[in-house]
Design a protein around this ligand. Structure first.
Ligand code: ADP
Length: 836
């Protein structure tokens, strides 16, 4: 074999190989290089002539061809086949390889076909068959049109498979793409047709001379003109009303400039009045295609809407409620941070206090505006969910009731706001709540008062006098039994027959209240106890309903049983004391009468004593010694004292016995005071006292008994003299005043004497009271003067009072009714305060 091998450039090959694969081309070269002896075919020199011929044939063929030869189906293929194995050296590896190994991934597909051919069956033929193969380092979907046919050896036996094939991948894919595009175009056409049909666009085409070439059904239908009358006529002829309109201008410009145009046009003429939307497209043949649709209804609807809108605007402008349209504004991070007023009605200012807001932002108008407002309106603008809320703004100092809704779509960020300032209403509501609360408290207090008041109260309703309300005191009165909801005589059966039914019915019938005092009623004080008598002060007051008709009765009152009993006892005691007093008065009078008689009886002998003593002093009964003269003087002094005492007693007794007669007249004050002054002046001189009398206008008078008045003043003066030591002063003054009954004249006798202790002041007006027993001995008296004086003063409708400071002096004031004449004011000035 070695000698057969040619000295060629091939390292592997031998002469037979070089000979077989002689010729140009890459695959021949590769086959020459390949050591075929390593295959089941053995060295090329051993191959059959028919195999070699077949190989020569395919290697020369310009169409892709491939052989599987021998039991291992060893592979050989030509240059035309080589590209099917892709880039790299896969075509080198394929040469001489075993078919089942090399095509392992597709063997399940091709193996059976090969086996069929090898078994002597028919040749196979597959067109555009997908046979994915490993190529270019990956499995590729490759399409083939191929045929397998038997390869015979020299003996006519099948020795291999001839593959004639063509890769059709790019054509298949191109065809598929084409089909897809065609299908898509058809679908798009169908869709367009459908849409056109659905939108009902009217359509026509015109040539360059505006001659109508075609008209669609929709146009025919809507124009109401047969197709034949339109085709062939110029647009201007067919639609004369468009001549001279904006539409004509548009068509001519589109025709001239070969550009599409879209416009709205109202076609009026030939009985038409149609709002149209017209699309104009230039066509390939130099004409125009028109598509148009009628939008009359829409335009009318829009006009109507516009009218409604205008009407709403008028309405919103005139309402009290504030209205505004806002546009929510966003910052760079798409966060809402303000809003702008686009519109605002007249009431906006009224409701917010803000002026001329349109065009301005909320933050510009209200710098401290709370975030709440921005967030709330942004939420409405974004969600489209209208909202109604009440919220206050401290920045605006107001409280609002707000309804906000989005207008337009979300992208416009616009919100309409209807709102009212409800600050006042809110304050009023708060105030109302406060009042209700106060009322509740007062009601509770009232209920407490009602319940706890010591007076009993019951509310009776209707002709049956059913108990509606009963307080604690009432329960106490009738012994805690069930009453509410029961008629009065069912709740208090023991009261029946005591006349209360007549009273209650009467009040209800007449509407006149009943008031009774100490009304006796027989009541069981505890359940089941025998009734006992109670006395009640009772009032039945009618309650009136609608129209003033009595519908019920308020029974209220007090249980006065105890008080009534006590009163009866007091009356009994009073009656007793009254008779005792009458007895005492009678006894007193008897005593006074006795005293008067006695005094009289005593004065007679006393006068006799003085008379005879005087006779003796005068020596009429004979001469008397000096000692006798002294004794006689003592007798006469004692007689005078006794007589004074008796006179006093007699005087007092007369006054007490009511036996004094008063001769009341108008007495000039000046006269009385002057007389008294004259009478006591000798005495004051004797005691070294100063007597002063306040001068008095003769017109000033008192209503008095002249004699008794004088008696009182003299008594006061003589006391003043008696209880004032030498060099003291005595004053007579007067004051005119007024009380509820008229003018009053006060006569005052003041001294700078020894005074009277305050605890004795009241007593000195009692009979026989002398303040200081020791003093009495030196200053004679009976203790009756002041008692008589006060009785006399009172007897004249006046009063006698005393003020004193011990050691400093006393002032006695005799008040009498002023007489006629003289002005109070004029004489008041004469009130000289004591200068003591
Ligand atoms: P009598 O002067 O006869 O004792 P009165 O009734 O006139 O009786 O007076 C009662 C008493 O009131 C007197 O005893 C004397 O203590 C006191 N009294 C009356 N006037 C004065 C006076 N001007 N100053 C001090 N004491 C007086």
């Amino acid at each position: 074999m070695t000698d057969l091998r040619p000295t060629s450039t091939s390292s592997q090959g031998d002469e037979a190989t070089d000979l077989l694969f002689a010729g140009p081309g890459e695959m021949r070269a590769i086959c020459r290089e390949f050591d075929w002896s390593t295959t089941s075919l053995g060295p090329v020199s051993t191959w059959s002539r028919s195999l070699c011929n077949s190989i020569r044939t395919i290697m020369a063929a310009r169409c892709p061809a491939f052989l599987w030869v021998g039991p291992d189906l060893v592979q050989i293929f030509n240059d035309a086949y080589r590209p099917s194995l892709g880039e790299g050296d896969r075509h080198v590896q394929a040469v001489g390889a075993k078919g089942a190994v090399f095509w392992a991934e597709i063997w399940p597909i091709i193996g059976p076909q090969i086996a069929q051919v090898l078994a002597g069956g028919e040749a196979t033929w597959n067109e555009d068959q997908l046979v994915p193969i490993t190529r270019n380092g990956r499995v590729e979907d490759v399409y083939w049109t191929y045929g397998y046919s038997a390869l015979f050896d020299d003996d006519g036996a099948i020795d291999g498979v001839l593959v004639l094939c063509q890769e059709t991948t790019s054509r298949v894919l191109a065809e598929r793409e084409q089909a897809r595009l065609t299908e898509e175009t058809a679908r798009a056409d169908r869709r367009a047709a459908r849409i056109l049909e659905q939108v009902g666009d009217e359509h026509l085409t015109m040539d360059a001379d505006f001659r109508i070439l075609s008209v669609n059904d929709s146009a025919v239908r809507n124009l109401g003109m047969p197709r034949e009358t339109l085709i062939g006529r110029t647009h201007w002829d067919a639609f004369p009303a468009s001549v001279g309109t904006a539409a004509e201008t548009q068509y001519r410009r589109a025709m001239r400039n070969r550009e599409e145009t879209h416009f709205a046009h109202r076609y009026v003429g030939e009985g038409y009045d149609r709002h149209l939307e017209i699309d104009v497209y230039p066509t390939d043949d130099g004409g125009l295609a028109l598509f148009w649709r009628e939008v009359t209804a829409r335009v009318q609807a829009e006009q109507a809407l516009e009218e409604i809108g205008a009407r709403y605007r008028t309405l919103l402008a005139s309402i009290d409620t504030g209205f505004a349209i806002l546009e929510v504004l966003y910052d760079g991070d798409k966060r809402a941070n303000d809003y702008r007023f686009l519109e605002a009605n007249a009431s906006f200012s009224l409701q917010t206090g803000l002026q001329n807001v349109v065009g301005h932002t909320a933050r510009a108008m209200v710098p401290d505006l709370e975030r709440f407002w921005i967030d709330t309106y942004a939420a409405v603008a974004e969600s489209g969910v209208p909202t109604r809320f009440q919220h206050g703004s401290d920045a605006m100092g107001r409280f609002f009731d707000v309804f906000a809704l989005r207008i337009g779509d979300a992208s416009e960020h616009r919100v309409a706001v209807l709102f009212s300032d409800i600050s006042a209403a809110r304050a009023a509501a708060r105030e109302r709540d406060r009042l209700i609360e106060t009322l509740a408290v007062e009601r509770a207090q009232l209920a407490d008062v009602f319940r706890q008041t010591p007076a009993f109260i019951a509310v009776l309703e209707g002709p049956e006098h059913v108990f509606r309300l009963v307080n604690d005191a009432y329960y106490q009165l009738v012994g805690h039994r069930a009453m509410i909801g029961l008629p009065v005589f069912e709740a208090l059966p023991e009261v029946r027959g005591q006349g209360f039914d007549v009273l209650l019915d009467g009040v209800l019938a007449t509407g006149e209240p009943f008031i009774g005092q100490s009304v006796p009623v027989m009541l069981a004080r505890t359940p089941g106890a025998p009734p006992e008598q109670r006395l009640v002060d009772l009032t039945y007051t009618p309650m009136t309903g609608v129209g003033g008709v009595p519908t019920g009765i308020i029974a209220h009152g007090v249980d006065v049983t105890e008080q009534a009993l006590a009163r009866r006892e007091i009356e009994r005691l009073l009656a007793e004391s009254e008779s005792a007093r009458a007895e005492a008065i009678a006894a007193n009078r008897a005593k006074a009468e006795f005293l008067a008689v006695m005094s009289h009886e005593l004065r007679t002998p006393l006068n006799a004593i003085d008379g005879y003593a005087e006779l003796m002093e005068l020596g009429i009964r004979g001469p008397i010694s000096d000692e006798q003269r002294v004794d006689l003087a003592r007798i006469r002094k004692s007689q005078k004292h006794l007589l004074g005492l008796i006179n006093g007693v007699l005087n007092y007794a007369q006054v007490e016995a009511g036996a004094v007669h008063y001769d009341l007249e108008t007495v000039p004050l000046d006269e009385v005071l002057a007389t008294c002054e004259a009478l006591v002046t000798p005495q004051t001189r004797k005691h070294g006292l100063t007597l002063r009398r306040q001068p008095c206008d003769p017109s000033i008078t008192v209503h008095a008994d002249r004699e008794k008045l004088q008696q009182i003043v003299l008594n006061l003066l003589s006391n003043a003299i008696k209880f004032t030591d030498g060099s003291g002063r005595i004053e007579m003054r007067w004051v005119r005043t007024q009380d509820s009954r008229g003018p009053v004249v006060q006569i005052k006798v003041a001294d700078t004497g020894i005074g009277i202790a305050s605890n004795q002041l009241a007593r000195i007006f009692e009979p026989f009271v002398q303040v200081d027993a020791e003093l009495t001995r030196t200053r004679e008296g009976t203790g009756l003067g002041l008692a008589i004086s006060r009785d006399l003063a009172r007897g004249m409708g006046g009063e006698l009072t005393a003020e004193s400071t011990i050691g400093a002096g006393s002032t006695f004031t005799l008040s009498l009714r002023g007489g006629m004449g003289g002005a109070v004011g004029a004489t008041l000035a004469a009130d000289v305060r004591p200068s003591l």
